[in-house]
Design a protein. Structure first.
Length: 79
């Protein structure tokens, strides 16, 4: 393998890592806002503001970060 091929492979690996982290960032933001909105609507319906709104918001954050950690652990190869 020559130096140009090695450099291209390294660049692609770096790009793949950046894209994966960016995708997980979008997932965390979208899930957080979706669950925040659902919690807000539940609180309006049940008259329990802001209990469900905060609860579902933190649930979304914890679960998405947990899945991110799990995927990183599997990709690391130590499972």
């Amino acid at each position: 393998m020559n130096a140009a091929t090695q450099k291209t492979g390294t660049n692609l690996n770096s790009l793949h890592g950046i894209m994966t982290i960016s995708a997980w960032g979008f997932v965390i933001v979208i899930a957080s806002f979706l669950f925040l909105y659902l919690g807000y609507r539940l609180d309006q319906w049940l008259g329990t503001a802001p209990n469900f709104m905060f609860g579902l918001f933190f649930l979304a954050i914890v679960t998405t970060i947990g899945r991110l950690y799990r995927e990183a652990w599997i990709r690391r190869g130590t499972r």
